[in-house]
Ligand binder design. Structure first.
Ligand SMILES: [Zn+2]
Length: 174
């Protein structure tokens, strides 16, 4: 079986200005690309799991999400920081779907698609929903505090940014 690092997108990889969907406003957070470079050289699969309720709420079309995903994946690939997959929930909260974090359907789909051992995998995100999803699925969890004022004590670890989180995993500290 394989192991994976499951990453949130907005607020973890890129600046979260709210319902991120425009390529011209997309900005990687400091150190995020370096972190992904390190992780992509490791044995971990790199899989993004992201709630995109802006689609279900009608704030932007799914096509914008697809275009931005391609832009992000292409930019990373050019810098030898390729990602393996992106799973997303396009639903609004009131649709009560099975995939919106903190529910675990995105993790379970990835587990099946990539033969992932969840108990040897990590979930990294900046929100309590990320941590809760990871805990439910038996993953270890790291909260990114770059764009947060409060720290969530439920996470197994806190990291100031994705690079610190990646080092924590790769040095075997997490
Ligand atoms: Zn959903």
């Amino acid at each position: 079986m394989n192991c994976a690092v499951f990453l949130d997108r907005d607020g973890t990889i890129n600046h979260d200005y709210g319902y991120v969907h425009e390529i011209k406003k997309f900005r990687f957070l400091p150190n995020a690309i370096d972190a992904l470079k390190k992780l992509s050289k490791s044995r971990y699969r790199i899989i993004i799991t992201t709630n995109q309720s802006g689609i279900g709420r009608g704030y932007f079309p799914e096509a914008d999400f697809m275009r931005l995903s391609k832009h992000m994946a292409d930019s990373l690939k050019k810098q030898n920081a390729g990602i393996d997959a992106i799973y997303y929930c396009p639903h609004s909260p009131k649709e009560n779907c099975a995939c919106r974090k903190p529910k675990t359907a995105m993790l379970l789909a990835a587990k099946k698609d990539f033969n992932i051992a969840l108990n040897k995998s990590f979930v990294i995100g900046d929100k309590s929903e990320d941590i809760e999803m990871g805990k439910k699925a038996g993953c270890r969890t790291i909260l990114i505090t770059t764009e947060r004022r409060e720290k969530n004590s439920n996470a197994d670890f806190n990291a100031k940014d994705l690079l610190e989180a990646a080092k924590c995993i790769l040095d075997g500290k997490a």
